[in-house]
Design a protein around this ligand. Structure first.
Ligand code: ATP
Length: 304
C-alpha cells in the first residue's frame, strides 16, 4: 500500500507546486501588463515586518506625462486605523493602490510604510507586508479549501478553517454538497462576485500581512452578500491597518477617515458624520446613493 501512496503523495506535491507556479505566472503576466520597470534599489532594505502605518507625502503621478492622475496627494493611516477613499470613476482610487504596491513609482513625493520609503525596500518584503483583496479574484479549478490555502500554501487545515470562519464563508460552505472539498472555478461550482471576494478575504487573513487593502468590487451585490462582506471586513479591520477603495458608501461609514477624491485631488476629508454635516460633495454622493438604493430593493447602488 505504501508503495502506492508514496508516488501519489509525490504527485500531489508536484501538482501543488505546478499550481503555485501557474498562479505566479498569472500574477507575473498581470505585472508585466502593468509595467515591469520598477526594480529594487541596489542597496534595498527589508521592510520592517512590524511596520504598519502608511503615509503618502505630496505624491503626484501620471501614466502619460501630459495627463496627471494624482496631484500632490497626502494622507496618513495610523496603525490599526481604517482609511477609505471614495470618488467618481477615474478619480485615481485604484492608482493609489498600484503605487502602494509599487507597480509604479510616483513622479514626485514619497510613500512610506512605518516611516520607511517604499522605493528603498525590497519589493518582496513590501508585498509580504501588504495583503490585497482585489476587485476580481482569481479562482483555481480546485477545492474551495485549496483556493483559500493559496493565501499561505503551508497553512494547516485548522488555519484554513479559521480564516474561512473569519471571512464569514462557513455558512455558505456548509450548504455546499461536499463542503470545503467542493470543486470551484471554471470546471466546478461558479461563485458569485461576493462569494469570490470572501474567498479572497479568507486568503488575505491567512497571509497575515499587517496592512490590508480592500479594492471593492464595482458590480452590484445583493444585500446578503454585502452584509457578509461588511462583517468580514469589520473582522479584518480589528487587527489591520486598512485602506479601503470604496464604491459603496455603506463600506465606509465606520472608517476612521474618509478621503473624497476628485480628479486626483483630495477635495474633502473627515468621518462619515463630519462629511454629512458639511453638506458638500460627500453628502451629495450619499444622498444620490440613498435615493438609488430606495428605488432598487435588491442590488445596492454603486458610486459610479
Ligand atoms: P474606478 O472607480 O472606475 O475603478 P478609479 O478612481 O480607481 O476608477 P483609476 O483606475 O485609478 O481610477 O484611473 C484613473 C485614471 O487613470 C483613469 O482616467 C484611467 O483611465 C487612467 N489609467 C488607469 N490605468 C491606466 C494605465 N495603465 N495607463 C494609462 N492610463 C490609465
Amino acid at each position: 500500500m505504501i508503495q502506492l501512496f508514496m508516488p501519489l503523495g509525490f504527485l500531489g506535491f508536484v501538482y501543488r507546486e505546478i499550481k503555485g507556479s501557474m498562479a505566479n505566472i498569472e500574477n507575473m503576466f498581470k505585472l508585466l501588463a502593468l509595467r515591469p520597470a520598477v526594480v529594487d534599489a541596489p542597496d534595498a532594505q527589508v521592510l520592517d515586518s512590524t511596520a504598519n502605518s502608511v503615509s503618502f507625502d505630496n505624491v503626484s503621478f501620471a501614466y502619460q506625462e501630459d495627463r496627471p492622475i494624482l496631484n500632490q496627494l497626502s494622507f496618513t493611516i495610523e496603525p490599526g486605523k481604517k482609511l477609505a477613499i471614495v470618488g467618481a470613476s477615474g478619480a485615481g482610487k485604484s492608482t493609489i493602490v498600484k503605487l502602494l504596491f509599487r507597480f509604479y513609482d510616483p513622479s514626485s513625493g514619497t510613500i512610506r510604510i512605518g516611516g520607511q520609503d517604499i522605493s528603498q525596500v525590497t519589493q518582496h518584503s513590501l508585498r509580504e507586508q501588504v495583503g490585497i483583496v482585489p476587485q476580481d479574484t482569481v479562482l483555481f479549478n480546485d477545492t474551495l479549501f485549496e483556493n483559500v490555502r493559496y493565501g499561505r500554501v503551508d497553512a494547516s487545515r485548522e488555519e484554513v478553517e479559521n480564516a474561512i470562519r473569519l471571512a464569514h464563508l462557513d455558512a455558505f460552505i456548509a450548504r455546499l454538497p461536499d463542503g470545503g472539498d467542493t470543486l470551484v472555478g471554471e470546471r466546478g461550482l461558479k461563485l458569485s462576485g461576493g462569494e469570490k471576494q470572501r474567498v479572497s478575504i479568507a486568503r488575505t487573513i491567512l497571509k497575515g500581512s499587517p496592512i490590508l487593502v480592500f479594492d471593492e468590487a464595482t458590480s452590484s451585490l445583493d444585500s446578503r452578500s454585502e452584509r457578509a462582506i461588511l462583517d468580514s471586513l469589520a473582522e479584518l479591520a480589528r487587527e489591520h491597518t486598512s485602506l479601503v477603495i470604496a464604491h459603496r458608501l455603506s463600506t465606509v461609514v465606520d472608517a476612521d477617515q474618509i478621503l473624497v477624491l476628485d480628479q486626483g485631488e483630495v477635495v474633502e476629508q473627515g468621518t462619515h458624520t463630519e462629511l454629512l454635516r458639511r453638506g458638500a460633495k460627500y453628502a451629495e454622493l450619499w444622498q444620490a446613493q440613498q435615493s438609488r438604493a430606495a428605488g432598487e430593493t435588491a442590488p445596492i447602488a454603486v458610486l459610479n
